[in-house]
Design a protein around this ligand. Structure first.
Ligand code: MN
Ligand code: MN
Length: 466
């Protein structure tokens, strides 16, 4: 016995947008696939907390999947898989397509740098019987979130003789960790009167790195010397070598399931590894695509895509030009016929701070991959505003491939805003739209995402480049 829908109900379903939790639109098997996919993602989060580590981890996965280092000037045939390591901090991966490059490439662009605390060039000092490290924060951090948590030290140091060492302290269970002190509430009456933005100031983000003196009364800074002695024994460095180092302070904890139902992931650096990893997996799984598929995992998004490893430089253009040369096609033809998903996170609707969102246009955890037609601030300023034509193409790709997706806007009008690499890719004359995973607590030491949304990013990116 079937129940007839009322005319109004049928019309409502036909004409009005039907929003629904993605987990109620899928079966248990799809949820299991999402959970399985996220096991690999959580391992990637633990292995790759910095842009350099993300490149290293991604290259290892790429080589295991048949990708070889790209050689400028070499001719590659359809189906061949290559990667270009851009100065150890950005990475381009490509699978040559069956179609001529005249038809452009299908591009995925995500970033692998995350907000953190960088060490200054003269970081190490001793005061009040402690050794500490001065930092200068990188990207948009809420400074009060970075005190009284376990911190790790990652990065590279290049010595006077030009040789380099890789640093990673605080991730192994046997490693020590570091931390930034904050006041006890008993003595915080004056500090508590500061605004939240000033609760902890930039010059107060000093990392505790040692407390035991070197035993010699002739030495003036015994604790600092003892720390430097330990670093010298471990890495062969002197204090001068901090000048040519890139050392990053990041949270020391690992990715965890969040919630009794384990539906969410909590971890540092999900902006934007939560898009970079699905983009990486999508291109690793991409065999014999119609169009040449390209994934770029870029550095420096969080500080404006600057420098030769940021997408406001020409490194991606040079790679596309090289592909064009290979098939004797004008580079401008390849570039202007290319299409891109700018894969970056968006603000998930926060259940406690609801009034920063327009609930009709916000994205929600578990509602799937989120498409953001425009970002920017104060009237879309500084953003890429994707064309209706291209948004229509992308929504069709998602709908035809079982991708659960939603739209998003980065908060209420005039409350703030932000940008992504989409603006720079658009400037190259490439059609581009922002698509990414909603994140709670974005830019905090412990960002939260939904496993279903992470998996839908993989499905969406795969469908776009296949
Ligand atoms: Mn981002
Ligand atoms: Mn960000």
């Amino acid at each position: 016995m079937s129940e007839e829908k009322s005319a109004g109900k049928a019309l409502e379903e036909k004409l009005l947008t039907q929003k629904k939790n993605g987990l109620l639109k899928t079966d248990a098997a799809e949820t299991e696939r999402a959970d399985a996919f996220c096991e690999g993602y959580m391992k990637f989060l633990d292995d790759a907390k910095t842009e350099r580590e993300a490149v290293t981890a991604s290259v290892a996965l790429a080589e295991a999947n048949g990708f070889t280092p790209y050689e400028f000037g070499k001719v590659y045939r359809a189906g061949e898989k290559v990667y270009l390591n851009v100065r150890g901090k950005s990475l381009i991966l490509a699978v040559i397509g069956k179609n001529s490059l005249e038809n452009g490439v299908r591009l995925l662009a995500a970033h692998i740098d995350s907000p953190r605390l960088d060490l200054k060039q003269h970081p190490l000092y001793e005061t009040s019987e402690f050794a500490l490290l001065k930092t200068h924060y990188y990207g948009g951090v809420r400074k009060y979130q970075w005190v009284t948590i376990p911190l790790a030290l990652h990065g590279v140091i290049y010595k006077a003789d030009g040789s380099g060492v890789t640093v990673n302290i605080g991730e192994d269970d046997s490693d020590p960790v570091f931390t930034i002190t904050d006041l006890l509430p008993h003595l915080a009456q004056e500090q508590s009167k500061r605004t939240l933005a000033d609760g902890i100031k930039g010059e107060e983000l000093n990392v505790l790195i040692g407390s035991r003196p070197f035993r010699d009364d002739d030495v003036s800074e015994k604790i600092k010397l003892n720390v430097m002695k330990i670093l010298n024994e471990k890495y062969g460095i002197t204090e001068d070598d901090f000048v040519s180092a890139e050392l990053e302070i990041v949270p020391a904890f690992k990715a965890k399931n969040v919630g009794l139902d384990c539906g969410l992931i909590g971890a540092y650096g999900q902006d934007d590894r939560v898009c970079a990893y699905p983009a990486l997996e999508a291109i690793l799984d991409c065999d014999n695509p119609e169009y040449t598929a390209v994934a770029v995992l870029t550095d420096k998004e969080e500080i404006g895509s600057v420098g030769p490893t940021g997408l406001n430089s020409d490194y991606l253009r040079h790679f596309l030009e090289s592909l064009a040369d290979m098939q004797d096609v004008p580079a401008y033809t390849v570039i202007r016929n290319s299409k891109c998903l700018s894969a970056d996170v968006t603000a998930a609707f926060d259940p406690t701070f609801t009034d920063v969102h327009d609930p009709k246009n916000a994205s929600y955890c578990n509602y799937g991959l989120a498409m953001c037609k425009f970002t920017g601030s104060r009237g879309k300023s500084g953003c890429n505003d994707a064309s209706a034509e291209f948004v229509s193409q992308v929504r069709r790709v998602f709908d035809e491939n079982g991708v659960i997706w939603q739209t998003t806007e980065l908060g209420r009008v005039d409350l703030g805003g932000g940008g992504t690499v989409a603006a720079y890719i658009g400037n190259m004359d490439i059609e581009v739209v922002d698509v990414g995973v909603p994140v709670l607590c974005m830019h905090s030491p412990f960002e939260v995402t939904s496993k279903l949304d992470v998996y839908m990013a993989y499905k969406g990116f795969s469908a776009f480049i296949k």
